[in-house]
Design a protein around this ligand. Structure first.
Ligand code: MG
Length: 369
């Protein structure tokens, strides 16, 4: 058998529900746990690892897709396997949970491909850079001002050049929280805010004007990311002062194209764990590049650092507190930012991550047979 014929053997799919270390919330949602869905694709004696964060139902869909579309097929035929999975979910809806299931499997296929060929994922993709900038992200609306100040200043002291906080849960408290954050991090760290779509357009424009006093550089989802016209109006008012960002709920390239055609954002956010894996991320990055826009990766820092090194106009990876904590706890090979940068270890095959089954077992919610 040649390398190109190596078939997909077993596909193990599992879901783990991990409590947060404190209550977490943003402008439109609160949570006290996060579910990690892990896909491990076996071929020859290697295992490709992929994951996403989402509803446990994602694991059921991933198992179904693996059985229908991947088992016994050539593991290196990533584009063909991707196309087969996409066709398979047509009647279920290709966005949302189905897209997250495809994402975890596509990421595992890329990881496996790199391992079969004996490369790190960065080297398989072909790097533009050896590291990418990371920004600290948390500052939950459920935090006291003391917790907020401690977390953001901690990242700043660790060398991260930018930090992001949540706003919008209690608009009356937002200006004071932003003031507390700015005071905690000092003048030299960039301050980002994320409303997760909590404001209406007039409110968001009014806040954008006030945030100027605290030198806020990035205003994420000031209004719902489905409201492309509202985003564009906020962007017009904030032009040249702060950037508008959105895209984390994008599941395919048509969504990204429409967002950019509507001139709704300054920076497009892409999430490989939602937008159909590295294959979908590369499509999204190409679209952003065709419009001349920079991109930023949403969450899941351990996998985004790899693709971030390999695509043009890549701004930074979101070092999200919740995910960084889980990835550090459950992935051998986890890398923390150093001097504000995430640098993949290119001496390790694939993404360089090994899932710690034993440590994860206490969080197990579901696994396939
Ligand atoms: Mg966000």
């Amino acid at each position: 058998m040649t390398m190109s014929d190596v078939p997909v053997g077993k596909v193990a799919v599992s879901a783990y529900t991990i409590p947060t270390d404190a209550p977490e919330g943003d402008g439109t949602f609160e949570w006290d746990s996060t579910t990690l869905i892990v896909c491990e694709i076996h071929a020859a004696d290697l295992v490709g690892l992929g994951y996403t964060y989402g509803n446990q139902a994602t694991a059921f869909v991933a198992e179904h897709l693996a059985k229908k579309c991947l088992l016994h097929r050539a593991a290196l035929d990533v584009s063909a396997l991707y196309a087969t999975m996409l066709r398979q979910v047509r009647n279920d809806g290709s966005r949302g949970i189905a897209s997250m299931a495809i994402s975890a499997l596509d990421i595992a296929l890329w990881d496996l491909r790199a391992k079969l060929l004996g490369h790190s994922l960065v080297d398989l993709l072909g790097p533009l850079h050896s590291s990418v900038a990371a920004y600290g992200s948390g500052g939950f609306t459920t935090y006291s001002n003391t917790q907020l100040a401690k977390q953001l200043s901690g990242w700043s002291e660790q060398g991260l050049k930018s930090v992001k906080m949540k706003i919008g849960a209690e608009p009356d408290a937002d200006l004071e929280r932003v003031r507390v954050a700015r005071e905690a991090i000092g003048a030299s760290t960039n301050l980002f805010v994320d409303a997760n779509g909590a404001y209406d357009t007039r409110q968001a424009i009014a806040f954008a004007r006030k945030f100027v006093d605290f030198n806020v550089r990035w205003f994420e989802e000031p209004v719902s990311s489905d409201d492309l016209d509202g985003l564009r109006r906020v962007r017009d008012h904030a032009a040249g002062v702060m950037e508008i960002a959105a895209g984390e709920y994008g599941y395919d390239s048509l969504y990204f194209r429409q967002m950019l055609e509507a001139q709704s954002v300054d920076v497009l956010q892409l999430d490989a764990t939602r937008c159909k894996g590295f294959t979908g991320f590369l499509e999204g990055a190409a679209i952003a590049s065709s419009f001349g826009y920079p991109i930023s990766a949403h969450c899941a820092p351990s996998l985004h650092m790899h693709i971030g090194c390999a695509v043009p106009k890549f701004r930074h990876v979101e070092y999200f507190h919740d995910h960084a904590r889980i990835e550090e706890m459950l992935f051998d090979g986890f890398i923390a930012p150093k001097d504000g940068e995430l640098k993949p270890d290119r001496s390790r095959p694939g993404m360089g991550l090994i899932f710690k089954h034993h440590d994860a077992e206490r969080f197990l919610a579901w696994r396939n047979k």
